[in-house]
Design a protein around this ligand. Structure first.
Ligand SMILES: Nc1nc2c(ncn2[C@@H]2O[C@H](COP(=O)(O)OP(=O)(O)OP(=O)(O)O)[C@@H](O)[C@H]2O)c(=O)[nH]1
Ligand SMILES: [Mg+2]
Length: 660
């Protein structure tokens, strides 16, 4: 299945999931099974599935054909070249293509001068009004392509300006761009471009990152330390005629070497194989040349040959536009799409589905518990009422007094429950503190300070090491603290259970320690960046601040996710307590009401017993229905969806833009 098809099928699954989730929520609400924690869990699942993004980054030296490849894979349906792709340097700023339903189709450009300010790129994202905006007409490919020409715009500035903007470094004269006859230096006009269009694939959560093949010196640090490491897949492009050049290798080292994990998420494209097509050579000779380039490139980059895919982006694009099947076949573009689909999308889907199935599992447990309580209450009432059969008025009256007494006792014991709550809250506050933004800020301020020390160059690794080991310590502390909270909850719940015959169960504590892995990846990307000659930039004013701000935005995401987990855990514990209190109060009410009816009419008792019988039946049905509804959500797409989804819809998705 090609990338487009796989993506389309994934999209269909997501839409169906969202729909089923909505039905489940409504059904739960109708049957009073939707407490605060369950509702929160449903919302999170929904937004997890809805907002799941898959980012594919295209990285290479300039003119290798990144933009052309994007055109060929994603935009052939427009019948023309959409992203500017031409000889020489073309794409001047990192360009992200995605879809956000809340914003009209547009191109947003962040002026390069923002580099003179301290804010990290990620911070600029939350200030859309500072970006230059151009509306796009998705139904007019010519207008679209023309607007996108902007990402190729340049400015000419003095050496001083270039230096301030980070395009000129006195320490690395060889890497500096050439100055024009007028002494001016060409720099990109924009720092970053965001394209928002309702392309079918983008609508389904695909984000494409096209990067400029600028030399390392002019690149945005955040590209290296944030954007590219966070991409789910990176496509690295070589030219078939040149193979791996020195500058290709430099870029490969800066952006694509990740130790340990993520190797599957890298694909190498040997582009422009059409330049080897040659009327004077036999097809076998051409193939042998391509195979040789493929083998050599794989060896130099240390990858299995299967991860190096020879294609012709340009011929692939032409073939799609002119519907030339034979040319498409020779361009080998379908093989690349297949690799992207199975590798990238396949992996991504598996991860999302596993996460979602776990969430649904917990939801089922929580809702199951609520039903269990109801069932038990009914059983108890049944025993109570059966015991009243054939009893005289005074026994019934006595029973009423007893229930009222129980109720009064229960009301006064509220303080115990309150005590559990306040201990819980206090411990949680400590935990929140450990994971809070101010704590993080303090750590990072120290790092900034350290990086600013003259002569830090050799000590960078140590400075990062210290910061990250403190961050790790913080996570470990958080884990210990959440373990303590868990023990406290377990013990208090056990006590409340025995005292009030509740059936409270402490929800599973979050595994905060696994965020250490995220920290490790972040630390690694920074050290790799600074290890590559970029360390000299630390002497530049504000550079370390900007770098640490970029670090902060990435770390914040990790900490916010961790906090979110803690919150959900807490909510789930608190709402259990609430729910059982509420059920108990209702239970008293129902019991008293039953007695009242029995006191008033002789037949009341049998009627009430019949009612309870019936309610038990209803509960069983509810239980079955819940199992049924959640089973649907835990499974992947059904076989039937697979059969009908892929073919037709995918072809459409790959081909055409949507009417706005
Ligand atoms: N013959 C041939 N030319 C190609 C192929 N792919 C791209 N090109 C050409 O190579 C030139 C550069 O392509 P781009 O897509 O602009 O390259 P890029 O990697 O995006 O370059 P920058 O944006 O400058 O970083 C263009 O003239 C393309 O038409 C291909 O498969 N075969
Ligand atoms: Mg380009």
């Amino acid at each position: 299945m090609s990338f487009n098809e796989q993506f389309d099928q994934h999209g269909a699954w997501r839409r169906e999931f969202a729909l089923r989730l909505k039905l489940l929520a409504e059904w739960m609400k109708d049957h009073d099974l939707l407490d605060a924690a369950v509702e929160e869990r449903l919302q999170r699942l929904e937004s997890q599935v809805r907002s799941d993004k898959v980012m594919v980054a295209f990285v290479a030296e300039f003119s290798r054909g990144k933009s052309e490849l994007i055109n060929a894979i994603f935009f052939a349906g427009y019948g023309r070249r959409i992203m500017p792709a031409s000889a020489g340097r073309t794409t001047m700023c990192p360009t992200e293509l995605g879809y956000d339903a809340d914003v009209p189709p547009c191109l947003r450009l962040l002026p390069i001068e923002t580099r003179l300010q301290k804010q990290a790129l990620m911070e600029w994202r939350s200030a859309p009004e500072k970006w230059t905006r151009l509306d796009l007409d998705v139904n007019d490919p010519a207008q679209l392509a023309q607007a996108l020409e902007k990402v190729a715009e340049v400015r000419h500035v003095t050496k001083d300006e270039a230096r301030a903007l980070g395009f000129w470094h006195d320490a690395n004269p060889d890497d500096n761009p050439l100055a024009g006859a007028d002494g001016l230096i060409e720099v990109p006009k924009w720092r970053h471009a965001l394209i928002n269009i309702a392309h079918p694939l983008l609508k389904q959560g695909l984000v494409i990152l096209d990067t400029p093949g600028l030399n390392a010196i002019g690149a945005e640090p955040e590209l290296t330390v944030s954007l590219i490491p966070q991409a789910h897949a990176v496509v690295f492009i070589l030219a078939a005629d040149t193979g791996v050049t020195k500058s290709d290798l430099a870029i490969w080292r800066e952006h694509l070497i990740t130790e340990g994990d993520g190797t599957d998420a890298r694909l190498v494209v040997l582009n422009k194989i059409d330049t080897l097509w040659d009327a004077l050579s036999t097809p076998e000779q051409v193939k042998a040349q391509i195979d040789r380039q493929r083998a050599t490139s794989a060896e130099i980059l240390g990858l299995p040959e299967s991860q190096v895919i020879p294609v012709s982006a340009q011929k692939g694009l032409v073939a799609k536009v002119t519907r030339d099947k034979a040319l498409l076949e020779s361009s080998n573009l379908p093989a690349l799409e297949l690799a992207l689909g199975q590798g990238v999308m396949g992996q991504r889907q598996k991860i999302l589905r596993t996460a979602v199935a776990a969430g649904i599992g917990e939801l089922r447990t929580e809702a199951g518990r609520a039903m269990h309580i109801r069932r038990r209450d009914l059983a108890e009432q049944m025993i109570e009422l059966r015991g009243l059969r054939g009893k005289n008025v005074s026994v019934i009256k006595h029973m009423r007094t007893r229930i009222e007494q129980e109720q009064a006792e229960f009301d006064t014991s509220g303080s115990k429950i309150h005590a559990v709550r306040s201990v819980h809250l206090k411990m949680l506050r400590d935990l929140f503190n450990l994971l809070s933004t101010p704590t993080l800020k303090a750590e990072l301020a120290e790092l900034t300070h350290a990086l600013k020390q003259p002569g830090i160059k050799l000590g960078v690794k140590k400075a990062y090491g210290q910061t990250f080991s403190r961050l790790r310590e913080g996570l470990q502390k958080s884990q210990i603290l959440s373990g303590e909270i868990q023990s406290m909850l377990t013990a208090s719940f056990r006590q409340l259970n025995s005292e009030f015959s509740f059936s409270l169960q402490a929800p599973k504590e979050p595994e905060l320690i696994r965020y250490e892995h995220d920290l490790e990846l972040i630390e690694r990307s920074h050290l790799q960046y600074l290890g590559l000659g970029n360390v000299i930039k630390l002497s530049q004013a504000d550079f370390s601040e900007r770098l640490v701000r970029a670090l902060a935005t990435r770390l914040r995401v990790v900490y916010e996710t961790a906090l979110g987990e803690v919150e959900l855990w807490n909510k789930s514990a608190a709402s259990q307590l609430d729910a059982q209190l509420r059920e108990r109060r209702r239970n008293f009410g129902r019991r008293l009401e039953a007695i009242e009816r029995i006191q008033q009419a002789a037949s009341g008792l049998d009627e009430r017993i019949a009612e309870i019988d019936e309610q038990e039946g209803v509960l069983n049905e509810l239980d079955n229905k819940l199992t049924e509804l959640t089973a649907h959500l835990m499974g992947g797409p059904s076989a039937q969806d697979k059969a009908q989804g892929a073919g037709k819809a995918a072809a459409e998705a790959a081909a055409m833009p949507e009417a706005a």
